[in-house]
Design a protein around this ligand. Structure first.
Ligand code: PMP
Length: 438
């Protein structure tokens, strides 16, 4: 055995002695890639922190109870015992992983189809196709529809899954965030260059900044230029619009959205994604989305939980009202204290601090977590411009007035103790730069 390994090593060294061949893994020992300082320091505090309790408005971090603002549990469904009961019953009936095959081949069930039908009705679209993850759903949907001759026109601030879908297409044109003039320029260019079709890609609620896509304006333009519109409403599903029916319905624009996309990883407190649209389109996606066809079916335990979660959301529209009431109190309190929240129009609460670099971001995060008992996470350049740190708070329906009051106090104290000012770099316009968010 050792002989073989030694022989392989010798071959490897010989191959690398040819000047052009570099060790692919060399970068793993160097300070490149994302978050090099944190990786080199083997960080498990800012990246990959461990929360030790079930998800909820409070959680345990390093043995300490903290108020949790860094998970996407909009309606508080992560804390609902009914959903755990449904999952337990489903696991007892079908086992953990069933169906044991791709949905396409052996893994379709009445429950998968019932969930698709219920989602179509809830989001007022003719038809729906399920995915195992939102991320894979974006990739699957876009790659199934966009061929070599087609062009993607995408908002620059779109989520990484959408940017990755664009990167893997043949041609894409980014436009300035929510800027209709810039969109029109890109559409003009696309129509000039294009031999196929055009797909415009935007988010409904922007995940980092909390502002909403100007859907009526975007729809008017995409119609004028004969394009189709994909809206990823991961953060709008369940959290905005009447009874949580999303940004399209909230803005009276659902009909103009050609593909309405969402994930179950946030308001539904589970996992999976979906794309809604006209039936021929969802059927095309169903038969062509490789990320779903060549992957195992969404487990029945999850499907059963999702059906129940949707039933709860429909039955209890007050959850959305509670979420908004909490969001308003939190945002009002932070603004009263002088914090800058940009132009959020949703529950997402971005606190922009005029701080520079990783060290400053770490200081505020660790002060809040370890000294104040408030769990937040922060992002910095290149997600936001240089000189700005964005602490992103995600309220839920289950947060209490006391959670909000303690958090406001903690923010005010942390700012004073760290001497954080309120003057922003002149380059800062109040909108985040490019993509971000996990
Ligand atoms: N799209 C957006 C806009 C997102 O914020 C996210 C992040 N959760 C995803 C897609 C990916 O969804 P999932 O976590 O279900 O893979």
């Amino acid at each position: 055995m050792t002989m073989v390994v030694d022989g392989q090593r010798a071959d490897f060294d010989r191959a690398r002695s040819f000047a052009a061949v570099k060790d692919l893994f060399a970068k793993c020992h160097e300070d490149g890639g994302y978050f090099p300082m944190l990786r080199m320091a083997r960080d498990r505090y800012y990246c990959l922190p461990k929360l030790d309790s079930p998800p909820g408005r409070t959680m345990t971090f390093r043995g300490r109870k903290v108020i949790q603002w860094a998970i996407n549990n909009y309606l508080g469904l992560a804390e609902r015992p009914e959903l755990i009961e449904v999952a337990t019953e489903a696991a007892a009936r079908w086992g953990i992983g069933a169906p044991m095959g791709s949905r396409f081949m052996t893994g379709n069930t009445d429950l998968h189809e019932a969930l698709e039908a219920a989602l179509s009705q809830f989001f007022a679209k003719p038809s729906t196709v399920l995915f195992n993850y939102g991320y894979l759903g974006v990739l699957g949907t876009v790659s199934s529809l966009v061929a070599k001759e087609d062009i993607i026109v995408i908002d620059r601030q779109s989520h990484a899954s959408m940017m990755d879908a664009a990167f893997s297409s043949h041609r894409f044109l980014p436009f300035r965030h929510n800027d209709l003039e810039s969109l029109e320029q890109s559409l003009k260019r696309a129509t000039r260059d294009c031999r196929g079709g055009i797909l415009v890609m935007v988010e409904g609620v922007y995940g980092m900044t909390g502002d909403l896509a100007d859907l009526p304006g975007i729809i008017a333009l995409k119609d004028r230029y004969g394009a189709r519109l994909f809206v990823d409403d991961a953060h709008g599903v369940g959290s905005i619009g009447p009874g949580g029916r999303g940004t399209g319905i909230h803005l009276g624009a659902q009909q103009g959205i050609d593909i309405y996309f969402g994930t179950f990883a946030k308001a539904f407190a589970a996992i999976g994604g979906f794309a809604c649209g006209d039936e021929p389109v969802t059927e095309y996606i169903r038969y062509n989305a490789r990320s779903q066809i060549f992957a195992k079916s969404l487990p029945l335990v999850v499907v059963a939980v999702l059906l129940k979660a949707l039933e709860i959301i429909e039955r209890e529209p007050e959850l959305v009202e509670r979420l908004w009431s909490n969001a308003r109190k939190l945002q009002h309190g932070l603004r009263e204290l002088g914090f800058e929240l940009g132009n959020t129009q949703s529950a997402i609460t971005p606190v922009y601090l005029p701080l520079d670099g990783v060290d400053a971001a770490m200081k505020i995060v660790s002060k809040m977590r370890d000294e104040k008992g408030v769990f937040i996470s922060a992002v910095m350049y290149p997600v936001v411009p240089m000189g700005v740190v964005l602490c992103r708070l995600v309220p839920s329906a289950s947060h209490t007035d006391e959670d909000i009051a303690l958090t406001l106090k903690a923010f005010a104290e942390a700012r004073d103790e760290l001497g954080v000012g309120t003057v922003f770099p002149s380059s800062w316009t109040g909108a985040a730069a490019d993509q971000g968010e996990t």
